[in-house]
Ligand binder design. Structure first.
Ligand SMILES: [Zn+2]
Length: 172
């Protein structure tokens, strides 16, 4: 049984607000903290929501390197790509505040709160990248708006292509 992750209610609410603000596009962001307790949330711009999925092909290949390993069908399923400037700013802020990256979150406007095949594939591709950029491997959190009035939030470790649910404890 994986160790639960402690997330303050205010941050859970803020992620839902972020998901609703971008609906029908997906939102994405990072959660940071220490020792399994989240204390900070970073909204990261979703390039796809800003510029449209059709622009994906014109991205800097280095930024979207992981996309090349996906089939065209899987690539079409991708609805979020994190803005690298936002990501770097968040990473710098974490370092300044002595926080560890704990979670990468994104929303599923129409689908359940579990990783899609493509989500798992991308997470698997990223397993080696986190070490290279000196960040711990994060858990993946999904905010589902499938039932608009009843958002569902679930968190997973993705390891070797397998997703294992991580219990979320609400911290005050
Ligand atoms: Zn997804």
């Amino acid at each position: 049984m994986p160790t639960p992750l402690h997330i303050p209610q205010a941050i859970l609410d803020d992620m839902v607000a972020h998901a609703r603000a971008l609906d029908p596009y997906e939102c994405c962001g990072l959660l940071a903290g220490n020792h399994g307790t989240v204390t900070q949330m970073y909204r990261i711009k979703n390039i796809v929501a800003l510029e449209g999925a059709e622009k994906l092909s014109s991205f800097d290949p280095a930024k979207a390197a992981h996309l090349e390993r996906l089939s065209p069908v899987e690539r079409a399923e991708i609805a979020f790509v994190m803005d690298m400037a936002d990501f770097s700013a968040a990473k710098k802020d974490m370092r300044t505040k002595g926080l560890d990256l704990q979670v990468v979150y994104h929303s599923h406007p129409h689908d359940p709160a579990r990783p899609s095949i493509t989500d798992i594939k991308i997470a698997t591709d990223y397993e080696e990248i986190w070490t290279k950029i000196n960040l711990p491997t994060p858990a993946y959190l999904l905010v589902s708006l499938m039932e608009k009035s009843k958002p569902d939030i679930r968190c997973y470790w993705i390891d070797g292509g397998m997703a294992t649910q991580v219990p979320i404890m609400t911290a005050p």
